[in-house]
Design a protein around this ligand. Structure first.
Ligand SMILES: O=C(O)/C=C(\CC(=O)C(=O)O)C(=O)O
Length: 290
């Protein structure tokens, strides 16, 4: 890995035209560092510039959101200190998802709960992590604090391979970026069909209708993303979440304008009722149930 620190976020995102409802939650974002206080993991696959809580909360306010769910990014490995620090600074307006060493003690899981964590993330992207031990992941998934869930990040080509593993997880599942379907196949393409089959296999699988910038190679305004994802939100309105994905790790060559990302919301959730579910009720059920 090069030692050059990367900027993957927009310096001056536009003000969105869409105004989120009061209480709206950005349910997928990260913090990077600050490095002097929270060094990156020795195993990190990218070395970003600092993107700490002050920047995240300023963006939240600029975009018209009220709360954040901060997902531990791979560059911080299994040390959740930066994520916990951001939650602690949020005045109750952030909760989080941790990445843990599967050998973590129950008391440490409880300490994470007390710090605002409500789930753990299993990352299966080979470009981001060296190994993803399914047997160990399953063991820790069986002893999570009450009310927690598991977030899984994978790409569409390994959905079937992961099925036995995911089927065995005894708590709700939240799938990052819908398992990265090729949205240019359209709403009835093979990737979306396979993902719908998976959603239909149990009623406690949730998904993040996120990342047009990662999933639609045609670029902003990401029309194929809108076309492919709107039907999924319409058909599973109580199981979808939305997030900016700021600071957009690894997107330095195609940095999205966060204001434009927010303007995707009414295109995938066209009614006020769908927007309330997507931005408030659904993420509250997972992250602010207590
Ligand atoms: O931010 C995301 O959701 C996606 C990422 C980064 C990531 O997950 C991580 O570093 O943990 C990606 O595809 O590079």
């Amino acid at each position: 890995m090069s030692n050059e620190r990367i900027v993957s976020w927009h310096g001056n995102p536009s003000k969105p035209l869409y105004v989120p409802p009061a209480g709206a939650i950005d349910a997928h974002c990260h913090v990077f560092g600050p490095m002097a206080q929270f060094p990156f993991s020795a195993k990190a696959k990218y070395l970003p510039e600092d993107a700490g809580p002050d920047m995240l909360f300023a963006l939240r306010d600029h975009l018209g959101f009220d709360r954040n769910v901060i997902v531990q990014a791979s560059c911080h490995g299994t040390d959740n200190a930066a994520t916990l620090d951001a939650i602690a600074r949020s005045n109750g307006k952030a909760r989080g998802v941790a990445v843990v060493d599967p050998a973590i003690h129950d008391a440490e899981l409880q300490a994470l709960h007390d710090g605002g964590i409500r789930g753990i993330r299993f990352n299966f992207l080979k470009r981001l992590v060296d190994d993803a031990p399914k047997d160990k992941f399953l063991e820790v998934a069986q002893r999570l604090p009450q009310g927690w869930h598991v977030v899984i990040y994978f790409e569409a080509d390994i959905l079937e391979e992961l099925r036995p593993f995911m089927d065995a997880i005894p708590v709700p599942l939240v799938i990052d970026h819908m398992g990265r379907p090729d949205v240019t196949q359209g709403p009835d393409g093979p990737d979306m069909k396979a993902f719908r089959n998976f959603l239909n296999s149990r009623d406690d699988i949730w998904f993040k209708a996120t990342c047009p910038d990662r999933l639609d190679g045609n670029g902003d305004p990401w029309d194929m993303f809108a076309e492919s994802v709107a039907p999924l939100v319409a058909d599973y309105p109580t199981r979808c979440l939305w997030g900016t994905d700021w600071p957009h790790p690894n997107m330095q060559d195609a940095i999205p304008d966060d204001g434009h990302l927010v303007d995707m919301i009414p295109r995938i959730a066209p009614t006020e009722e769908l927007q309330r579910l997507l931005l408030i009720d659904n993420p509250e059920a997972l992250y602010w149930a207590d």
